[in-house]
Design a protein around this ligand. Structure first.
Ligand code: BDR
Ligand code: CA
Length: 313
């Protein structure tokens, strides 16, 4: 049976490859929604359209891009061009040649798609949760209609990337994240301090560089900046794949080695720990454990999926 996805992006390199991984694995991408986050909002929209143009001809469906929220619900945030480059794929600024965004806004599109695919729609949030929170505020029955929400966000052990304890996607809009985590959605959460254990190491990077496919060349082009940043400033031995690992988990449960159902809340105070995910790992609060927290990944299975993607064309 076909699976139906909405992919929500703050479109930088790893968001783009996540979209491609969905397409490469034959699921139905019913919409790409864009939310504030990594870089200037208009460039995030342009990146998504440009990325779709790169695979046009390989995908027999018109995939629509819906711009959504360009800011967080309550407080301001900062973009991270230092991490992903000015263009989100390094410093290169790209523009789509032909494709244009839809006039319909993302929260409305999400609600309509949830109606159309009630009980089947899966929401892949590799981004701040503002668009989904807005859709939920407009119509709370979306909780029953969306089958799964896959979230790249938060930390398990409080080791963050935007503050010492907070992960970027949740930190950008902790008010939206708090709404989403408490709404009752069936969430699977892939945390930042989990995925830092599964980076693309030197030998794997070299193997990709040696591949003679357009997709592998594209990958090297868009990840070079992020890889250098991660190795220089984030104590990593290669480039991480927060969004892509989340996508692999969504596509193939065998990528998960260990997970637990737990209650997860989000700290949205104006405080040192703003944007931190709080996981009740001992069930001390006795609240319904609605989120599945991923604690271990099968790196070989993930890399197989990455190489399958890179050999697409
Ligand atoms: C997440 O934040 C963004 O920088 C990436 O696209 C990813 O979704 C990692 O914290
Ligand atoms: Ca992202």
């Amino acid at each position: 049976m076909a699976r139906h996805f909405v992919i929500d992006c703050d479109t930088a390199e790893d968001d783009i490859m996540s979209l491609y991984m969905l397409l490469r694995n034959g699921v139905e991408v019913e919409g790409v929604t864009i939310v504030e986050g990594n870089i200037a909002y208009e460039q995030e929209v342009n990146n998504a359209l440009w990325a779709l143009e790169f695979v046009s001809g390989k995908v027999n469906k018109d995939i629509k891009v819906y711009p959504g929220s360009d800011r967080s619900l309550v407080k301001s945030f900062k973009t991270v061009e230092n991490v992903h480059g000015k263009g989100g794929i390094g410093d290169e600024i790209v523009r789509p040649k032909k494709l244009r965004p839809e006039p319909k806004r993302a929260p409305q599109a999400i609600l309509e798609l949830a109606d159309r695919y009630a009980g089947e729609l899966e929401f892949l949030a590799i981004s701040p949760l503002t668009n989904l929170a807005l859709a939920y505020l407009m119509d709370k029955s979306i909780v029953e209609k969306v089958k799964k929400v896959w979230v790249m966000g938060g930390t398990i052990y409080g080791r963050g990337n935007i503050t010492p304890v907070a992960e970027f996607n949740i930190w950008v809009d902790p008010d939206a994240a708090k709404l989403v985590f408490n709404a009752g959605f069936d969430i699977t959460m892939v945390a930042w301090d989990l995925i830092t254990n599964y980076v693309v190491e030197e030998d794997e990077w070299e193997r990709i560089k040696a591949m003679d496919t357009e997709m592998a060349k594209f990958y090297v082009r868009i990840y070079k900046h992020y890889r250098e940043f991660a190795m220089k400033h984030q104590k990593m031995r290669g480039n991480p794949h927060p969004d892509l690992i989340t996508t692999a988990v969504a596509l193939n449960r065998e990528v998960i080695k260990r997970s637990e159902r737990q209650y997860v809340d989000v700290e949205n105070c104006d405080c040192l720990t703003r944007g931190m995910t709080v996981i009740d790992y001992l069930d001390l609060w006795g609240k319904e454990p609605k989120a599945e927290v991923v604690y271990g990944i099968d790196k070989d299975k993930f890399m197989d999926m990455l190489f399958h993607l890179l050999s697409w064309f």
